[in-house]
Design a protein around this ligand. Structure first.
Ligand code: TLP
Length: 338
């Protein structure tokens, strides 16, 4: 089976398993786990922030960030299709008592500065006030669009001009940096906090990082505990995370595989597949007269897995466990499926 459902499906390699076995550990709630401490230092360095916090999932990282930046009852501005709005179980409302005001980004999920200013509400007798702007890079729902540093900076500047902090869901921010040929620090410099995942293209079995100023991360540490994310001998999972951090230089390979996959699938009658910017391939299958679910069932029977991203839209995602020749096999399998 060629599993292209997500870049989260990768298995830890032998080096990661070995690193987990050998990891020096301690109780991380007491901040006594040397491996977690090292991972937090290295992660902060890589993104150019003062400090970082290890969290079990990207979802927890986003939710802790949102909670840390805001006060109950405020509004959060976020792109309509962003993960934090669409795929986190309404966590902002459930966990932090926030109301979301969505912004319709463009077809790459870009939020323009004037949209930030339009969406902002000042606190008064009737209105709750805007507590946070949440951005996403790469933008998952929009096919892994790699949003340029100046675009992020423009939206962030608009928010900061209104006294509103900015969080970036950078689950795949290293994919964005690789695709743009930019240092990740440039992409995250304009924002106050960034979450990135070790468990996607970087290949760790678990874990994400939330980075920001010392003060922000100190407060986030309390909220992580509140949300049940205070882990103990977490060095066992942080050790593969340290190796994963070094895998950020391998993402171009996933992007190249995604481009080859997209080009091959686009050549199949009934499928329309734009050239991907990173490792996410969105396939429009309306021309086949089959829904995404029907199309996916046929693909599965031929040995390829993807996920539905709409009635006639399917996502295939390339990753570290895509073996040599898998892209060509997947294209041939989809052709047979149809
Ligand atoms: N995304 C998953 C699914 O939830 C859709 C995937 O397979 O892509 N931010 C972004 C932009 C994400 O894509 C994801 C995971 C998360 C946050 C949450 O990360 P986890 O799964 O670690 O909670």
């Amino acid at each position: 089976m060629i599993d292209l459902r997500s870049d989260t499906v990768t298995r830890p390699d032998d080096r990661m398993r070995e690193a987990a076995r050998e990891a020096e550990v301690g109780d991380d709630v007491y901040r006594e786990d040397p491996t977690v401490n090292e991972l937090e230092r290295r992660a902060a360095d890589v993104v150019g922030k003062e400090a970082a916090l290890y969290v079990p999932t990207g979802t927890m990282g986003n939710q802790v960030a949102v909670r840390t930046h805001t006060e109950r009852g405020q509004e959060v501005l976020a792109e309509r299709e962003s993960h934090v709005v669409k795929w986190e179980l309404g966590g902002m409302a459930q966990l932090s008592g926030l109301q979301v005001r969505t912004i319709d980004g463009d077809d790459r999920g870009v939020v323009a500065p004037e949209q930030v200013r339009e969406g902002y509400v000042a606190e008064d007798l009737h209105r709750p006030g805007t507590g946070l702007l949440a951005l996403e890079n790469t933008h998952n729902s929009k096919g892994g669009a790699a949003i340029e540093a100046e675009v992020i900076a423009a939206a962030a500047e608009a928010a900061h001009g209104l006294g509103v902090p900015v969080h970036l869901d950078g689950a795949r921010v290293f994919n964005a940096a690789a695709a743009l040929g930019t240092d990740v620090k440039e992409l995250v410099d304009p924002v106050d906090s960034v979450m990135f995942c070790l468990s996607k293209g970087l290949g760790a079995p678990v874990g994400s990082m939330l980075a920001g100023s010392e003060g922000f991360v100190e407060r986030a540490r309390r909220n992580r505990k509140l949300f049940g994310g205070g882990m103990r001998q977490a060095g066992i999972i942080a050790a593969p995370g340290l190796l994963a951090l070094e895998n950020r230089h391998r993402l171009d390979e996933d992007h190249e595989n995604a481009r080859r996959l997209a080009a091959g699938l686009d050549g199949i009658a009934g499928l329309s597949v734009p050239e991907p910017e990173t490792n996410i391939v969105l396939v429009d299958c309306e021309g086949t007269d089959h829904t995404a679910e029907e199309f996916l069932a046929a693909c599965e029977a031929e040995g390829v897995l993807g996920v539905a991203f709409g009635e006639y839209r399917v996502r295939f995602c390339t990753h570290r466990d895509v073996a040599n020749g898998d892209v060509e096999k997947a294209i041939a399998a989809v052709e047979r499926a149809l």
